[in-house]
Design a protein around this ligand. Structure first.
Ligand SMILES: N[C@H](CCC[C@H](N)C(=O)O)C(=O)O
Length: 292
């Protein structure tokens, strides 16, 4: 097909991949822009599209600064600032394609540096420098001034709340983290969907449920803004580790055990940057017909 026919047909190559189970369709938009509407993203996420569904749709574009620009849509169609597990997945694709030892991927939330780590259990491990956590109430953002180490929010009976006083952290996207061993599906889905659009969070929020097992280990489940309960959330793992460290529950690193796999997160004392390491898995490749 000639280039103009390609342009008319809007055919895009894609890779279906996951980061610790967090499911992505990664579209190659290096040659031509990929700008689906919210409705088109929702249609692509539906069964009828035949893509197998996804948590986030990712477009990889040419970047002025850095090796690529990564655009992220949640499965509900919302365009969001960044995605930690997708940074690791796109990082792997770029590392593999360029044979560089590290690549810079720019996002709406700012640049991230990805480098390959060792393989483990037969899975590629990729480390991403996620930059600094944003900890001021206006950076989350919250609708009013609060101490983000423990904000005034509770769920359940006033005199005996089920969860309360969560931490709030932004990794470029907003997170609230409850420290609890209430992590069953019904509770996580019910509480997560309730808090996701709570008026305290003007831009919505990802809701983490973190059970600190010891000073090096956290079991985490995340109800994601715009995607619901996923098998893993990279920025959620970073936010939970930072929130736990700020409350003295752990030091400055932890193994994060999510439903879909393990992520290792450390918060560097010198640079104040958060580094996340975890697996990436390529499932299949395909061609996406034009959505535009
Ligand atoms: N649902 C998130 C975006 C994806 C984050 C997650 N999949 C990750 O790995 O960081 C939000 O609306 O901010």
């Amino acid at each position: 097909m000639t280039d103009s026919q390609h342009r008319q047909s809007g055919e895009y190559g894609y890779v279906r991949m996951n980061g610790a189970g967090n499911a992505f369709i990664v579209v190659d938009a290096m040659e031509k822009p990929f700008r689906p509407s919210e409705d088109e993203v929702r249609r692509l996420a539906s069964d009828e599209a035949g893509l197998g569904g996804f948590d986030q749709l990712i477009a990889v574009e040419k970047a002025e600064g850095g090796d690529a620009f990564m655009r992220v849509w949640n499965s509900d169609g919302s365009l969001v600032e960044t995605c930690g597990n997708a940074l690791r997945c796109v990082g792997w694709l770029m590392l593999d394609a360029t044979e560089k030892s590290e690549v810079t991927i720019d996002t709406v939330a700012g640049p991230a540096l990805a480098r390959a780590s060792t393989e483990r259990d037969g899975l590629k491990q990729v480390t991403v420098d996620m930059g600094r956590p944003r900890l001021d109430w206006q950076q989350i953002p919250l609708a009013e001034e609060m101490d983000t180490r423990g904000i005034e929010l509770q769920v359940g009976p006033i005199d005996n709340p089920l969860v309360h006083t969560p931490g709030a952290v932004s990794m470029g996207n907003p997170h609230v983290v409850f420290f609890t061993d209430h992590q069953d599906d019904v509770f996580v889905r019910g509480t997560g969907s309730l808090i996701e659009h709570h008026p305290l969070f003007p831009e919505g929020v990802n809701v983490g449920f973190a059970h600190v097992l010891d000073r090096q280990t956290i079991r985490l489940r995340v109800w994601e803004r715009g995607a619901g309960l996923t098998l893993a959330c990279g920025t959620g793992a970073c936010a939970a580790m930072v929130a736990a460290s700020r409350r003295g529950l752990i030091d400055r690193s932890a193994k994060m055990i999510l439903d879909g796999g393990e992520l290792f997160v450390e918060w560097d004392t010198v640079s104040d940057h958060v580094f996340m390491t975890g697996p990436v898995e390529i499932e299949l490749t395909g061609q996406l017909q034009s959505v535009l």
